[in-house]
Design a protein around this ligand. Structure first.
Ligand code: COA
Ligand code: MG
Length: 304
């Protein structure tokens, strides 16, 4: 699968932003029909999204789109019209407010029918946003609901509303939270999502950081997501892309360290040893697996 380090969310009804989005050095662009689109533009945004998928030059950017919730009058129509209109160029449909595996079953079955009816050979994937207590509680069943599912995304703002948590900033995690909570307030939810995703071979994608004029805050928020095992993070503004792309790519230092570990392991194996010391630190099979994973990622990104 192509990397999904950064996903730029673009309001589907704003032509200027769609044009700007296709020029970005970003892994994924998510054409949004949900919360960034006002009610009066819901229908016209679908056509704008279809048109822009066909007419703009997206180069090698992965294209996804987000439908409205399945409990709204818009969600099923978004799915039907946009997939019929541009299916072969769409990598995945992003489903918001996934509270139950039946939401994923519904989307998956609809995709079966639309793809068959249109004669598409390309199979569209699904990304599920977990953004309620109910969704988090049912996350294991959601994670195995369809072979089309490729990612679980943390929707932090709606999640906060669903549990009645105080929203100290509108930035997602990383801004001012240390003032009201010792430690990282979202550690449980974020780790629960990572655990479900990784147990079922899915990617874990973090919520966006809303304060787009605060690069340090974004860096902090992204570093936490990386440390917890996330594979990528949403961006809501082009200025955020670089920081996210870099944070989710191995650094030169990371690659050097991985190479040292792999070399030490090779030598140890030749001597019939399991664990060895590298620069005063113990290296065993688990460390080797971590180094192999990092090296494979660097190779995938053409960094080695
Ligand atoms: N995608 C593409 N282009 C974007 C963009 C985005 N998400 N956000 C901003 N831009 C463009 C602007 O149109 C502007 O272009 P210009 O220089 O050609 O005029 C440029 O980037 C600079 O934007 P700026 O003036 O700093 O911000 P803004 O006030 O125009 O927009 C937001 C701020 C928050 C309204 C805007 O970034 C946005 O709508 N983001 C996406 C929100 C979203 O998708 N939410 C749902 C997912 S959580
Ligand atoms: Mg949401």
């Amino acid at each position: 699968m192509k990397p999904r380090r950064s996903t730029l969310s673009v309001p589907g009804h704003i032509e200027k932003m769609l044009v700007k989005a296709c020029r970005q050095q970003v892994d994924v662009v998510m054409l949004d029909l949900e919360d960034s689109v006002p009610l009066e533009a819901k229908a016209s945004a679908r056509n704008r999204v279809i048109q822009s998928i066909h007419e703009l030059d997206w180069r090698d950017i992965t294209i996804t789109f987000r439908i409205n919730g399945l409990d709204t009058p818009f969600g099923y129509r978004d799915l039907l019209e946009v997939v019929e209109g541009a299916g072969p160029k769409i990598d995945a449909v992003v489903v918001p407010k996934v509270d139950h595996p039946k939401d994923i079953h519904f989307v998956s079955r609809m995709l079966d029918g639309i793809e068959a009816s249109m004669g598409f050979s390309h199979r569209i994937s699904i990304e599920a946003i977990i953004e309620s207590a109910e969704g988090l509680e049912k996350i294991t069943r959601i994670a195995k609901a369809s072979s089309r599912l490729i990612a679980l995304v943390f929707g932090i703002v709606d999640y906060s509303a669903s549990i009645g948590a105080r929203l100290i900033s509108i930035s997602g995690h990383g801004e001012k939270e240390e003032e009201i909570y010792p430690g990282h307030r979202w550690n449980f939810e974020m780790s629960r999502i990572v655990m479900a995703a990784k147990a079922h071979g899915l990617l874990a994608i973090d919520a966006p950081y809303g304060n787009f004029k605060d690069p340090q805050g974004l860096q902090r928020s992204t570093a936490v997501a990386c440390a917890l095992g996330y594979d990528g993070k949403w961006a809501i503004h082009p200025d955020q892309i670089d920081i996210i792309q870099q944070a989710f790519s191995p650094s030169e230092e990371d690659i050097e360290r991985a190479v040292k570990v792999l070399e030490a392991h090779k030598q140890a194996k030749e001597k019939g040893l399991g664990a060895v010391a590298v620069e005063g630190r113990m290296v065993d099979q688990a460390t080797v697996r971590l180094a192999e994973q990092l090296y494979a990622q660097a190779k995938f990104l053409n960094m080695v």
